[in-house]
Design a protein around this ligand. Structure first.
Ligand SMILES: Cc1cc2nc3c(=O)[nH]c(=O)nc-3n(C[C@H](O)[C@H](O)[C@H](O)COP(=O)(O)OP(=O)(O)OC[C@H]3O[C@@H](n4cnc5c(N)ncnc54)[C@H](O)[C@@H]3O)c2cc1C
Length: 423
């Protein structure tokens, strides 16, 4: 939907850097920004295998969420309330980076909108979750507002939602525009090479030698921010779960066909349910539907898998927006996420001079951003509360061996999706 962009040239030849960042998603670009803030003289190189915004970072639903996603979690406001508040502080730090960038760039609401989000229910089960979430938020003194069916209909223009809870802290971004802007925000000392996959790296004396198809980078340190693909270097084997999620977006429709507000964003009452956004534009408005998770250890999905998810999206769309009958989906896509069994990031100095910011467990806009910032601070030896938080996470738990892993992961996702039901 954005105008075309000319990618930065790929790397040809040999260069040197103080720090090389591998991967230009939320994690890698946030790390590079933090590095250049901490030491503007530092020579930083970023290599990106593809082009900016073509990966999951540019193709997500655009929710930078401050409050934990798992609204049904029983322990949310239990005895570990303080720990949860710590999570929220980390999330808000990621939001602060996005806000700082938005101010710097003078972005309008089409790219960065601090509008909060709705958590919507589509039936009695969802309604119960909405109420229980409100109680949990109350206990930790977070702001919220409950909406009945009529009130949420006046926002969304549809009678399909039975209740909702609004929380004001989430920021909604146009992810591709955001990440392009972040990539363009660096001074001359940060060099970005696109279409430049890091193929391997090896120690050479006190530094590291990274090979790319047509070049070499000699770097003092490396920040590994290529998410699940870190496994291609033989790292984190047996701990990363490669899960894909899917989205479809409609063609533009005449705004008058759907009442309510022209811009809103809603996550489902059950975490494994369907995310919906209404996105206004000059040519008309669009609906984005994000739903369906699959386990893909080979880190690829087929066209057939996207088509199957697309049929599910069509049903979800029809159930929510009967008044938009005949509006077709224009775009469909899938994107990779790296999860760990115990939900922790793969973070830290994994070898002398190699810092990982991997596995954001599906909420990368927030968590990968924060882990990139933390990796940058750790690489420069900065002691911060953020680094302490990330260092305090347990190690990622080892996954069961195959074929039990595939059977277990697939069954688990199916059961969770099934229990999300209508939501
Ligand atoms: C449809 C969809 C909707 C989503 N919605 C949301 C949402 O609303 N909110 C949210 O928080 N999260 C959402 N997510 C998840 C989020 O997009 C990811 O968690 C996030 O992109 C992870 O960021 P990352 O920087 O860790 O990794 P990635 O975005 O995967 O970036 C890693 C980068 O590394 C590059 N790379 C890989 N290997 C190499 C190599 N060898 N050399 C150089 N570069 C390499 C890749 O090309 C890629 O650009 C969604 C995901 C999808 C697919």
């Amino acid at each position: 939907m954005l105008p075309p962009r000319t990618p930065r040239p790929s790397l040809n030849g040999t260069i040197s850097a103080d720090i090389a960042v591998i991967g230009a998603g939320f994690a890698g670009l946030s790390a590079a920004r933090r590095l250049s803030q901490l030491d503007p003289k530092l020579k930083v190189v970023i290599v990106e295998a593809g082009e900016i915004a073509e990966g999951a970072t540019g193709r997500n639903s655009g929710f930078i969420i401050d409050l934990p996603h798992e609204v049904s979690s029983e322990d949310y406001s239990g005895s570990d309330g303080d720990e949860r508040r710590h999570d929220i502080k980390v999330h808000r730090l990621a939001i602060a980076l996005a806000r700082e960038l938005a101010t710097e760039k003078g972005w309008g609401k089409d790219i960065f909108d601090a509008c909060g989000k709705y958590n919507v229910a589509m039936g009695p089960q969802g309604d119960k979750h909405v109420v229980s979430y409100a109680k949990q938020l109350e206990k930790i003194r977070e702001e919220y507002c409950l909406l009945d069916a009529k009130e949420i209909a006046s926002v969304t223009g549809t009678n399909s939602f039975t209740s909702a809870i609004y929380t004001p802290g989430t920021v909604i971004i146009q992810p591709a525009a955001y990440i392009r802007g972040l990539a363009d925000s660096f001074g001359d000392l940060v060099k970005l090479f696109e279409n430049t996959p890091a193929l391997s790296f090896e120690r050479q004396g006190t530094s590291w030698r990274i090979k790319t198809p047509n070049g070499v980078i000699n770097a003092g340190k490396i920040i590994l921010a290529n998410n699940g693909q870190a496994q291609s270097f033989g790292l984190f084997r047996g701990v990363l779960l490669h899960v894909y999620t899917y989205a479809s977006m409609t063609e533009a429709f005449t705004p008058a066909r759907l009442g309510g507000h022209r811009s809103w964003a809603a996550t489902p009452a059950f975490p494994m349910g369907t995310t919906v956004r209404r996105v206004p534009g000059e040519a008309g408005d669009r609906i984005l539907i994000r739903s369906r998770y699959t386990y893909n250890p080979g880190m690829q999905v087929s066209d057939g898998a996207i088509a199957r998810a697309g049929r599910i999206h069509d049903r979800k769309f029809e159930a929510r927006f009967p008044m938009l009958k005949g509006v077709q989906m224009q775009y469909r896509w899938a994107g990779a996420m790296a999860l760990t069994w115990n939900g922790v990031p793969a973070f830290g100095e994994i070898e002398p001079g190699i810092f990982a910011a991997i596995a954001c467990n599906g909420v990368g806009a927030t968590k990968a951003t924060a882990s990139g910032i933390a990796a940058a601070e750790a690489a420069l030896g900065v002691d911060s509360w953020l680094v302490d938080v990330f260092r305090g996470f347990a190690a990622p738990k080892r996954l069961p061996p195959q074929p039990f892993l595939t059977i277990g992961a697939t069954a688990n996702l199916s059961v969770k999706e099934w229990s999300a039901g209508l939501e």
